[in-house]
Write a protein that binds this ligand. Sequence first.
Ligand SMILES: [Zn+2]
Length: 126
Amino acid sequence: MTSQNGTWQKYVEWVEGLPDNVLLCRKNGHRFAEESDAKRSHWKKRRDRVIEIEVPCLRKCGAHKTSFTDVDGYLARAGKVWMEYEDPDYLIPKEARDGKGYTKEKRAVVRMEFIIRNQALIVEET
Ligand SMILES: [Zn+2]
């Protein structure tokens, strides 16, 4: 897997440097807190009576999810996943982007890195 301008190598280096929690979110998706979790959720009733409910990722990767429900229970708009920081570890750095998105090859790198870091957990070989 190579690319003309070295974005692939930059991508691999980025994955290798990811904190464990962010690597897990990249591999499995975020683990958002329940919206009914009084400690972690943040509820807001807007003037137009839309209820905004925001919850953080339990792995503290910096991601949050907000849902928007109108007064009749319909979604006022699509839920949004957003980052707490401008440039969190979670985002693929610009120099490592090739414009093709999060491809299966990129996901494979994340999975391999996860296995390499946790290979001590292998307790059985067949
Ligand atoms: Zn996360």
